[in-house]
Design a protein around this ligand. Structure first.
Ligand SMILES: C[S@@+](CC[C@H](N)C(=O)[O-])C[C@H]1O[C@@H](n2cnc3c(N)ncnc32)[C@H](O)[C@@H]1O
Length: 273
């Protein structure tokens, strides 16, 4: 039976979701709640969104599950290609000059394709230019979604997910076949990445300093104010001259005092002032 959501339930649910994760649901997205929460409601023996909202206030674990279910985890390997070309051809050679281990943050890593793509780029760069990069680089990969993080940590992908952006050449070099039409990411690529839970709405100043931040295809879910606040706080975590890479449909407004725009033809990246 379809889950019926009243206008008042929808309003309260939207408020709860935005205040706990920053994710804003537009008008008329009741169908998203119904499709994404149906199973959770059934497993909890709850009949309505009102029942869920009442239980949520007392149950933190359930709140996590609701946020997890409401996140959009769509991702792919080397998404949009040009950010990775810029990373490979411009950022790595430039940052290598600093002669210290690179620190990179993939700030909404979903199931791991973004940080592992970055790790593959580093591996390829090392093969092409032995000794150019200082050893010991680290990629920190964070997300709010526990199920995505668990999948990312495992590093096992079905053929369908592999086919979304992974070339045969890289598949051969950096994956091992597993039972059930699956592929396991190579340990060398995996060992460069640390996974951690982080809600971008919350304080992330303890994560450390970075040379490059990839924050792609997540700010689109947030309000303008939250987006501004996150980008300003990310600026505080970038080493001088460090770079911020946003998603193809994401841009920056009113942050000229923090970042310079760098045209990359195609695409724009941002350099910390
Ligand atoms: C569409 S995916 C983008 C993944 C990857 N960056 C890419 O571009 O392919 C958006 C990710 O943002 C995460 N997310 C949503 N709200 C978040 C928040 N408040 N803090 C951290 N991550 C969040 C979701 O869990 C999801 O994995």
């Amino acid at each position: 039976m379809t889950l019926q959501i009243t206008a008042d339930e929808y309003r309260q649910f939207r408020e709860m979701l935005e205040s706990s994760s920053g994710i804003m649901l537009g008008e008329g997205k009741e169908y998203l709640i119904a499709s994404r929460l149906r199973r959770l409601l059934d497993s909890q023996g709850l009949k309505t969104i009102n029942d869920l909202l009442r239980k949520l206030s007392l149950d933190r674990a359930l709140q996590e599950q609701v946020i997890d279910a409401m996140t959009t985890n769509e991702t792919l390997w080397f998404r949009d290609e040009h950010p990775y070309r810029v990373f490979r051809e411009r950022l790595l050679p430039e940052l290598a000059e600093a002669r210290r281990p690179l620190k990179i943050w993939s700030a909404a890593c979903s199931t791991g394709q973004e940080p592992y793509s970055l790790s593959i780029e580093i591996e390829e760069f090392r093969k092409l230019y032995p000794g150019k990069l200082a050893s010991g680089e680290r990629i920190l990969a964070t997300d709010i979604s526990p199920s995505s993080l668990a999948a990312a940590k495992q590093g096992v992908y079905q053929q369908l997910a592999i086919r979304r952006g992974m070339s045969d050449k890289h598949l051969k070099s950096y994956f091992h076949p597993r039972d059930g039409d699956c592929w396991q990411i190579d340990e060398k690529i995996k060992s460069r990445v640390d996974f951690r839970s982080q809600n971008l709405q919350q304080n992330f100043s303890a994560l450390g300093k970075f040379d490059v931040i990839f924050c792609r295809n997540v700010l689109i879910y947030f309000s303008g104010d939250l987006k501004y606040d996150i980008l300003r706080r990310m600026h505080g975590l970038l080493n001088p001259g460090g770079y911020l890479v946003l998603g193809a449909s994401e841009s920056m407004n009113n942050l000229g005092e923090y970042f310079d725009m760098v045209q990359c033809h195609p695409g724009i990246i941002y350099r910390a002032r």
